[in-house]
Design a protein around this ligand. Structure first.
Ligand SMILES: [Zn+2]
Length: 301
């Protein structure tokens, strides 16, 4: 009879060595992160970030179907700006848009342009669940993750060329496109994701929404992700694989455990349910717009 053996239990010493190496690796990672943050001088000023973001926003919005409904717009502006008020200060002015797309997704680009898909809003049971996602996206901007990611992809020389060119924003946009465009602006590391989660949950709690909704919505996304499988998965964009969704949910729960949840916290609003009803009435997006939505997240040109 073959017995499965645990190598760790057989060789305690080896186990310590392995753990030691893992710990060293972890320390090295943390130190690298600190070094990266300290030494990566951002060549893009907040003003240049805003101009670049606006140029990309204009391009994206040509191809996507934005929801043009004053009630929907008033709701997302209200939620968005409330979260911005409770997030770390930033030089960026935010713009919020709801996109008619069945893909469960939301994203922000440098300069404070935040997009939330109707598919994500329809999946959410209550307002606080969407608030959690918007809070996360806002804080990729307040922390300047996007522009930092872009600079990493471009390299210091090219980034300096982009901001120093005589041709201004147009030339910068061309150089950014050559470096990967939107993908380069959204190649976040795991620390970026953790930070955006933490600040987003913090903002929603401080603004009076129930932060437990962040965990429940992530669980819903994870269930959808698993049900959809690996291919053709509408959930994979929003849930980056690192850190894993399970870890993110754990971190959020730990953070929320530290909050006083006996204070009045809101989960839902009439306005949100009205928004959901209106989005349910929308004609489906055109195939071209859905394709553009997919390309926004994956284009390499
Ligand atoms: Zn993120």
């Amino acid at each position: 009879m073959v017995t499965a053996v645990n190598a760790f239990s057989l060789v305690p010493f080896a186990r310590f060595v392995v753990l030691g190496v893992l710990a060293l690796g972890l320390m090295a990672c943390q130190t690298l992160r600190e070094l990266e943050l300290q030494s990566t001088r951002l060549v893009f000023s907040p003003q240049q970030e805003a101009e670049l973001g606006m140029a990309f926003a204009e391009q994206i919005e040509e191809d996507l179907e934005l929801v043009d409904d004053p009630v929907v717009q008033a709701w997302i502006d209200d939620v968005g700006y409330t979260l911005v008020e409770h997030s770390p200060p930033t030089a960026q002015e935010f713009t919020f848009r709801v996109v008619n797309s069945d893909q469960v997704n939301a994203f922000a680009i440098p300069g404070g342009f935040c997009y939330v898909n109707s598919g994500l809003i329809k999946l959410a049971e209550n307002e606080a669940e969407v608030v959690a996602v918007i809070g996360h996206e806002i804080n990729h901007v307040t922390t300047r993750h996007g522009i930092r990611s872009l600079q990493r992809a471009m390299g210091l020389d090219l980034a300096a060329q982009a901001v120093g060119g005589d041709a201004g924003t147009r030339q910068a946009v061309e150089l950014v496109q050559a470096a990967g465009g939107m993908v380069a602006m959204r190649s976040f590391g795991r620390e970026d994701e953790r930070e955006a989660d933490r600040l987003g949950v913090e903002a929603m709690y401080r603004a009076g929404w129930d932060p437990r909704a962040a965990a429940t919505f992530f669980e819903k996304l994870r269930a959808g992700e698993q049900a959809a499988g690996a291919s053709d998965n509408p959930f994979t964009q929003i849930l980056s694989t690192h850190p894993t969704t399970a870890e993110r949910i754990r971190n959020i729960r730990e953070q929320v455990d530290g909050y006083d949840l006996t204070v009045p916290l809101r989960k839902d609003s009439e306005e949100f349910q009205e928004v959901k009803a209106r989005l349910a009435e929308l004609a489906p997006p055109s195939p071209e717009a859905e394709e553009a939505m997919e390309e926004v997240m994956t284009e390499e040109d």
